[in-house]
Design a protein around this ligand. Structure first.
Ligand code: SF4
Ligand code: SF4
Length: 284
């Protein structure tokens, strides 16, 4: 039986008890965020500056089987990149099917930019995926156009406000459909000072209207070689104030560890030996 209370990211009490693993099966991305450098992991759920192995779905299953033997408290399998799960839907869905067939009790979790989630919501429900994170950075297309370089959707490339508007429309539709399917939805927002910081609290209010369950704000991490390399990181005070404002509308996530796309172990306490297993299965 799946016990969603064992998800350490969504239940503080499960944090030191249950482990999660990210399966790095999704290397491509279908958008280009201006805060992202492609040699790095997706900052949807990860800390920039570290690359990961990429596994095939079969390798990902072998990896999970070995991890479960080693860590009986492994309760959550997530897919969060290193690109976007739904820019690689074949690999993502195949991995989820393989894991669900093998582990009927595993909590399944995904993190996406939301551009291409909608076509898969029914299948996610059938697979009993219980948690999905959508990274959404605002609802004003002019603001959003400053955050994204391009969006690729249905084999066409889009730029500027047109790109922002397609992304936003798809994100909102995905969130509505996920909630109709009874899935827990977390909104992730990257706070970029001077661009979207003033709109984050209003975004929380909008997310509440859509039934979103929790909101996680992630301070911009300026990465060299990106358009935001010279931006200042939001101060801890700014983040604290924003979380206070968000709390008026939605529970803010307070114990996010900015996990890598190949994170494994307890939250904030990755298991170093599992990295060896990851490297071994990537050669299978
Ligand atoms: Fe899911 Fe994000 Fe937690 Fe990974 S870090 S298990 S994707 S909520
Ligand atoms: Fe990078 Fe993630 Fe944005 Fe894709 S969605 S460009 S991988 S931060």
């Amino acid at each position: 039986m799946i016990d969603i209370k064992t998800h350490p990211c969504f239940n503080k009490d499960a944090k030191g008890k249950y482990a999660r693993v990210h399966l790095p099966v999704a290397p491509q991305c279908n958008i280009h965020c201006n805060y992202c450098k492609r040699d790095y992991d997706c900052v949807n759920e990860s800390r920039p500056g570290v690359t990961s192995e990429v596994l095939t779905p079969e390798q990902a299953l072998a990896y999970t089987i070995r991890l479960r033997e080693r860590m009986p408290n492994l309760s959550v399998v997530g897919i969060a990149g290193p690109g976007d799960p739904f820019a690689n839907p074949i690999q993502t869905m195949k991995t989820l099917h393989l894991i669900r067939n093998e582990f009927t009790d595993m909590v399944l979790c995904l993190s996406s930019n939301g551009l291409n989630v909608l076509p898969y919501v029914d299948e996610l429900k059938e697979l009993e995926v219980s948690h999905v994170t959508i990274t959404i950075n605002g609802t004003n297309t002019e603001t959003l156009s400053k955050l994204y370089k391009w969006v690729r959707f249905e084999k066409r490339g889009y730029f500027g406000e047109q790109a922002a508007s397609i992304l936003l429309k798809n994100q909102l539709e995905a969130i509505r459909a996920l909630k109709r399917a009874g899935i827990t939805v977390k909104a992730n927002t990257i706070v970029v000072p001077g661009i979207n910081d003033n709109a984050v609290v209003d975004l929380a209010a909008e997310m509440k209207k859509l039934g979103v369950d929790i909101m996680n704000t992630i301070p911009l991490y300026p990465v060299e070689g990106t358009p935001f390399e010279d931006f200042e990181e939001p101060s801890p005070e700014m983040m604290k104030e924003l979380r206070k404002g968000i709390k008026e509308h939605l529970p803010p996530m307070t114990h996010c560890s900015r996990c890598r796309a190949d994170a494994v172990g307890l939250l904030g306490k990755d298991d170093p030996e599992a990295k060896q297993i990851l490297s071994e299965v990537s050669k299978l």
